[in-house]
Write a protein that binds this ligand. Sequence first.
Ligand code: PMP
Length: 398
Amino acid sequence: MSLFSAVEMAPRDPILGLNEQFAADTNPHKVNLGVGVYYDDNGKLPLLECVKKAEADMMKAPSARGYLPIDGIAAYDNAVKALVFGADSEPVKSGRVATIQALGGTGGLKVGADFLKKLSPSAKVLISDPSWENHRALFAQAGFEVGSYAYYDAAKRGIDFDGMLAALQGAAAGTIVVLHACCHNPTGYDLTPAQWDQVVEVVKARQLTPFLDMAYQGFGFGIAEDGAVIGKFVAAGLTFFVSTSFSKSFSLYGERVGALSVLCESKEEAARVLSQLKIMIRTNYSNPPTHGGAVVAAVLGNPELRALWEQELGEMRVRIKAMRQKLVDGLKAAGVKQDMGFITSQIGMFSYSGLTKDQMVRLRNEFGVYGTDTGRMCVAALNSKNIEHVCASIAKVV
Ligand code: PMP
C-alpha cells in the first residue's frame, strides 16, 4: 500500500484544461478566447519594445545572479509604490507603504492572504460573485472561509450594486473584502467613481479590510485613471492591501512579476508589517527571481523607456476597445438580432457575453471558438483575422 494510494485526482484547472483541449483541436479556424492573455493583431503574444530595450541594455553589462533581498529589488518596490499610490502621494512620501516584490499578482495575493491569516485568524473573506476563479481557492488554501458579495446581474447586464452594498453592510467588522481595482475579471463591468465612493464609505463604516487586486492597471482608462480607485481608499484614511500584476501590462506572463503593497498608518507600522511579510516570503520561496523585476524596474526608472511603455500599454488598451466595437458590429452584420452593444460598455480584457454553457460548448465543439463555460471571452485575443469567424460562429449558436 503506497502512501499515496488514497490520493484523489484533483479536477483539472478549468482554464488551463481549456488550453489543452484547444491545443489538441485540429480545426484550422480555431480561436482561443479562453485564457486571459493579450495577443496582438497577428495573434502573437507581444514582446514589448520597452522590455526588449531594457533587456538589450542589461545584456551590455551582464551581471551575475546573486540572491535578491527577501522583499525584492528596492528600485522595483519603489516603482510599484509610485505606480499604485502616485510618486508624490502622501503615503509614499511619508513612507507608510510596505511593498514586496511577489511572484506575479497571484504571489502578491498569497503573501497577503498568509499574513492576514496570522493577523486575523477568524476573519472571513468576501470575493465578488463571480470573481477570478483563483480568488476563492487561494484564500481558502490560506485557511479562510470564503464567501461572496453580489456583483454581476445577468438580467441587467451590469452590476447588482444594491446587492453588493447590502452584502458589505451585512459583513462583520474585520471581514476581508477582495475588490477588483479595475477591469473586473471575468465580467468586464467596473464600478463607477460614484459607486466606488459608496463602497469606500461602507468599508470604512463597517471596518472591513479592503484587499484591492490590481491585475490590469492601464487596461481600463489609463495608468493614473485606473489608479484613482486606490486614491479614494487613501483619502478615506483607510489602511489596506493592494496586489499588483505586471503579467499583462508588460506582457511578462512567465517572468512572474507582481507585488504586494500594504498601506499602514505610519512609517514605523509599515516597517513592522514589512518584517512580517518577509517571514511569509522567507518560509515559502526565500526571495524572488531576478530577471522580470529587474526589467520592470529598468523600464519604470528610465523616463524614455517609461514613456515607451505607456505608449505600448496605450496601444494594447486602444486595440482591445477597437475589437469590442468590431465584435458588436460584426455580430450585427452576421445576423445577431439582440443588441450586443453592452460589450463596448465593458472594460479590460474580458467580456461576459451572456452566452449560456450550452452555447459555449457548441462554439467550442462545432466552430473551434474557445471561451469559458460561464460565457467569458477574452476580447484581447480577437484580431482582424479571427473576428469574422468568431462573429459568424456566435451568430449560429445564439
Ligand atoms: N487577479 C486577477 C483578477 C487576474 O485576472 C489575474 C491573472 N489572470 C491575477 C490576479 C494573477 O496575475 P498573475 O498572472 O500575475 O499571477
